[in-house]
Design a protein around this ligand. Sequence first.
Ligand SMILES: [Zn+2]
Length: 295
Amino acid sequence: MKDQLIKGMLFQNTVNVCAISGADMLSCARDTHELSRVCTAALGRTIMQVAMMSLGLKNEKDRLSCVLKGGGEAGNIVCTARPGGYVKGYLDNPKTEIALYADKLDVAMAVGWFGEMTVIRDLSMKEPYIGKTKIVSGEIAEDFANYYMQSEQQPTLIYLGERIDTETGEVLSAGGLMIAPLPNCPTDIIEKLEALAPATSSLPDLLKEKELSEILPNFFAGCDFVQTDCITPHYACDCSKERLCEVLSTLGVKELRSMADEDHGAHMHCHFCNKEYDFSEQELRDIICVLEDSH
Ligand SMILES: [Zn+2]
């Protein structure tokens, strides 16, 4: 079953809906970072959420990033999305494992609930929009729902969940939902949406059997569901030697010259995909030349 990222509307276009199935994305993140079971869930939920939020990105250079600093054992979580449903991410301590709590992965304990989360929307041509809110539970879905309420005054029902084999750590299924009534949405419809909430937790089980696009019309039966977009999301890093060259350039001539003279090169590591990049002394001197020519 391939991953899907779907946008739609409910109740005569008075409610926005976004849904994702992300088992492949989570498996890819798990392989990239050798994630423990609980870290697969913690990073995986954030990846799916950021993928859903990225549907608002329009221009090629637009980026949406989320940083969760919850103070838990897994450390900080960082995720960045670009248009087209491409997401990359990492967390500080990917091998952190925590005992199951009531037979469930204890994501809250791994993430923590003592800090802040930051959402950065970097839209081309404008100053980045930065929103900050408290982390309220560490379960991720509640934290993003709180973010939408506090920072964007947008009541939003969010579900994020996964099924992970507790023996092997293999990702069996993963899914997410975002349901957001528009400002003109009548009260009786909001009550209907609240009644839907308990059913959202069945999504990962449904995804073991069927594709997301097959599930949603049934799931939203009687809600006038209309699908407006469906793409395949990916866990993918966009780093390259050219990109890291730009990062090196930001260090400035003085710093680069000392790296060339003393270290005779530079070694860089991409946190998102664990690729290693080596810059020779000559390559550093070439960057210095370009910087000096531009002054
Ligand atoms: Zn990378």
